[in-house]
Design a protein around this ligand. Structure first.
Ligand code: CGF
Length: 835
């Protein structure tokens, strides 16, 4: 005991099992053991990072029994497994979340503090694993949390990127990307399982041969073989015994180096293959809603689905004699089209490798897959050139052609002589000059039994427009599954003070059933409750203010409206509409420095795809405006503009609880759902928004009187476009708007450079695809209503309370339950920890 310092802690000698016990003594002892035996440091020389690792292992140990019990139970009971196939999982930090879900957060915090250590500092040591771009990847993470919390047997399959989404810094107002080497110091949460590695083939050609029964068959003669090594991260449910797996694949060469080349002295060549193979899981493509049609990206997509399907087949064959009922043991959800090549791969595995007849294999495949669409933006719908796909996956291209052939044959019998319809439905698009494109959304629709959008309007527009022909063909395949977010991370962890207030008033059932929060409406007229609500918001704002001072050296007024827009930077999301409004307020002050303005702090955050010029210029403009506005003495601190760099899950946890106003201002019909909008509202922010994505449903739930609505509807946007939209007329006829644009044009925000922001100005005046100018006045008027409402603190607090307590619909538990009942047809399975 002397060596590891337990004696100093006076731990009793007879205590529970170090690996599972939850008493403070056991936890302390395990923590110190993990410091000493796993890392070779002690209290005198341990760094905060060492403490984090020690705590992470202490927590992981407490998950493992539940993890293995869950896996064993699934195997024994031959359950149907929900398999979430996603190229992105934006999990956020694990430590706090796992502590909360195990129900030992406060206990551990106290225990750590008793040791004289700073718990917050330890939590901050964990790198935020950025294996996703934005909403789509974060949705996958919320879904895993809900699946485990609802005790649904499930597994998440994806890629263990060595470099996640880049780290964003701001230099001279511009975004600069820094590689995110998140695995540099290892990852205590994951369990590598090299014994369950599988091989993934790439390239080469196909060949016809005859099997022993003389039947003609096709085999794939690949050019390369790559190893896929699974790394499992346990995903615990909230206060359940269920712990599911997130299984991420790492790519490695089958041989560590080429011995022949090595012996011949060709050292570079001897490791070239290894480096080539590892490239596949090296880096996440930093594109969200923007295309990334590169060969490596397709290789990544195929790599993880091929490995995952082999894994599922292995699991299935452990308890079934053949694959005839594969769809009864696996419900695979395709998170967008990124994993859609899985449809062709499953066909290949069933037909080529397991000898099933095509039509039988096709029935199994369709019953296995379900597809979620996440975007209406035409440029974001994935297509692969047939040439590229055929080079990398020659057999899959043949299979896709066959699927298409049989599908179009059916369509021809249902709708004879309708070539136009055929052209729209076809998986293969003739792009001219013999250039064929494979439309992955069409493949996903044809190969799945369910197709869903992620908010009511989005699903409606999918059916009316983007996937119209499929909706006409198979209306019964279409579902709406409005997105949701997990209240564990987005309320409990992010906003501990608000959570404590909820629990004090109504108990903690709300964490399992968010509808419980409705009970808090009874306190609406209680001035003491409202006062506490207000104080919690102010305290959260003060925390964020301190963070902004520390990281950006900008001092802000906590009594100003915290007006926040954090999300990916994209023209359709219209961060620049908010910037136009800031300039308008600034101009008003410049015209009359005594104008009565409700003070505001405008907070922005978000990453731009590195190749997306306009998005990067919008960041530059925001920072340029901040530079002028923040230091102009006429403004007298009434307006502050802050761009917070490197928006990620952890920063989100800090920001959402501190916002007064949530900006959800995309052009109607463009944002599929949005999920940040839900996180803000749950934490008591009021929304200023368009009738887009899930905003519509948030407004329905919160009540129209508690929502600041502005702008054109999706229908009006289409109609305006159809009648020839002329942004210039808005500029000419609106003095204030003209003043704003002229100020940018004049070089006022660019040290006299009239060229710098010209691309933004020109795009607004001559094209304005996203209709900022058409919506400008309505937005500015609505912002005026916001300011007036904020003057009445009591009224604002009431609206804030109602927004928060009426958000039950947007718990991902609700979303997942609907998927379970309607699409996957699965039910909860209880996990017992008894032996
Ligand atoms: O998926 C998005 C997000 N940007 O990742 N899409 N993609 N691709 C949509 O744009 C969001 O509206 C949506 O909330 C999210 C998750 O479905």
């Amino acid at each position: 005991y002397i060596a590891d310092g337990r004696e100093a802690l006076q731990c009793p000698t007879l205590i529970e099992d170090d690996r599972t016990g939850m008493s403070p003594e056991t936890l302390k002892r395990a923590f110190l053991d993990n410091l000493f035996y796993l890392q070779g440091v002690n209290r005198t020389n341990a760094s905060p990072y060492n403490y984090y690792v020690a705590l992470a292992y202490t927590v992981r140990d407490r998950l493992l029994r539940r993890f293995l019990k869950s896996t064993d139970t699934y195997k024994q009971e031959k359950v149907k497994l929900v398999c979430y196939f996603s190229a992105e999982f934006l999990m956020g930090r694990y430590l706090g979340n796992n502590l909360a879900n195990l129900g030992i957060y406060d206990l551990i915090k106290e225990t750590i503090e008793e040791l004289g250590l700073d718990f917050e500092e330890i939590i901050e040591q964990e790198p935020d694993p950025g294996l996703g771009n934005g909403g789509l990847g974060r949705l996958a993470a919320c879904f895993l949390d809900s699946l485990a919390s609802l005790e649904i047997p499930a597994i998440g399959y994806g890629i263990r990127y060595e470099f996640g989404i880049f780290h964003q810094i701001i230099q001279n107002g511009w975004q600069v990307e820094i590689p995110d080497n998140w695995l540099r110091f290892g990852n205590p949460w994951e369990l590598p399982r090299p014994d369950e590695s599988v091989e993934v083939k790439l390239g080469g050609r196909t060949e016809i041969y005859h099997d022993d029964k003389g039947q003609e068959r096709v085999q794939w003669l690949p050019e390369r073989r790559i190893l896929a090594i699974p790394h499992d991260t346990p995903v615990p449910g909230y206060k359940t015994n269920t712990v599911n797996a997130l299984r991420l694949w790492k790519a490695e060469a089958s041989e560590s180096f080429n011995f022949e080349a090595f012996n011949a002295g060709l050292y570079d060549q001897s490791v070239a293959e290894k480096m080539d193979a590892e490239t596949i899981s090296k880096v996440l493509y930093p594109n969200d809603n923007t295309p990334a049609g590169r060969e490596l990206r397709l290789a990544q997509q195929y790599f993880f689905v091929a490995a995952s399907l082999q894994d599922l087949i292995r699991i299935h064959l452990k308890s079934h004699k053949n694959l005839q009922n594969f769809h009864e043991t696996a419900a695979i959800q395709l998170n967008d089209t990124h994993p859609a090549i899985a449809i062709a791969e499953l066909m290949r595995l069933l037909v080529d490798e397991n000898g099933l007849e095509w039509s039988k294999a096709w029935t199994i495949t369709q019953k296995t897959f379900a597809y979620t669409n996440h975007t209406l933006l035409p440029e974001a719908l994935e297509r692969w050139s047939a040439a590229l796909l055929g080079k990398l996956l020659p057999r899959h291209l043949e299979i896709i052609y066959l699927i298409n052939h049989f599908f179009l044959e059916d369509v021809r019998t249902w709708f004879p002589d309708n070539e136009e319809l055929l052209g729209k439905l076809s998986i293969v698009e003739e792009a001219g000059w013999g250039n064929k494109q494979i439309r992955m959304a069409n493949l996903a629709c044809v190969g799945s039994h369910s197709i869903n959008g992620v908010a009511a309007l989005h699903t409606e527009l999918l059916q009316k427009d983007t996937l119209k022909e499929f909706a006409m063909l198979w209306p019964e395949k279409f579902y709406n599954k409005t997105n949701g977010v997990t209240p564990r991370r987005w309320i409990l962890l992010s906003n501990p003070q608000l959570s404590a207030l909820f629990t004090e008033k109504i108990g903690d059932d709300w964490l399992k059933d968010l509808k419980e929060l409705r009970k808090l409406e009874q306190y609406l007229d209680d001035p003491e409750f409202r006062q506490r609500w207000y104080e919690i918001k102010q305290a959260n704002k003060a925390d964020l203010a301190a963070y902004m001072l520390k990281t950006r050296n900008i001092e802000v007024d906590v009594n100003s409206i915290f007006d926040v827009q954090v999300k990916r930077i994209h023209e359709y999301k219209r961060q620049h509409l908010a910037v136009l409004h800031i300039i308008a307020l600034y101009n008003r002050i410049k015209q009359n420095p005594h104008v009565d303005i409700v003070p505001r702090t405008f907070i922005f955050g978000g990453k731009a795809a590195p190749g997306y010029f306009m998005a990067k210029l919008i960041i530059k403009l925001t920072n340029a405006v901040a530079e002028i506005v923040n230091k102009d003495p006429d403004v007298r601190g009434r307006l502050k503009v802050v761009f917070l760099p490197n928006f990620n899950v952890s920063l989100g946890q800090r920001i959402y609880p501190s916002a007064d106003l949530s900006e959800q201002i995309s052009t109607a019909g463009k944002e599929a759902s949005g999920t940040g909008n839900m996180k803000f509202a749950m934490n008591g922010s009021l929304t200023i928004g368009t009738l887009d994505g899930a905003n519509i449903e948030i407004r329905e739930e919160a009540g129209a009187e508690n929502f600041f609505l502005f702008g054109l509807t999706a229908e009006e946007v289409y109609a305006k476009k159809a009648h020839g939209y002329e942004p210039m007329s808005y500029y000419k006829n609106n003095r204030e708007l003209k003043g704003v644009i002229d100020r940018i044009k004049s070089g006022y925000f660019s040290h006299g450079d009239t060229e710098l922001f010209r691309p933004i100005v020109d795009s607004l005046l001559y094209d304005d695809q996203y209709m900022l100018l058409a919506d400008y006045q309505s937005y500015a008027d609505c912002q005026e209503q916001v300011s007036q409402a904020y003057r009445d603190r009591d009224k604002w607090t009431r609206m804030s309370i109602l927004n928060s307590v009426r958000m039950a619909k947007f718990s991902s538990d609700r979303t997942i339950w609907e998927y379970c009942q309607e699409i996957w047809k699965v039910n909860p399975v209880k996990i017992s920890l008894e032996d």
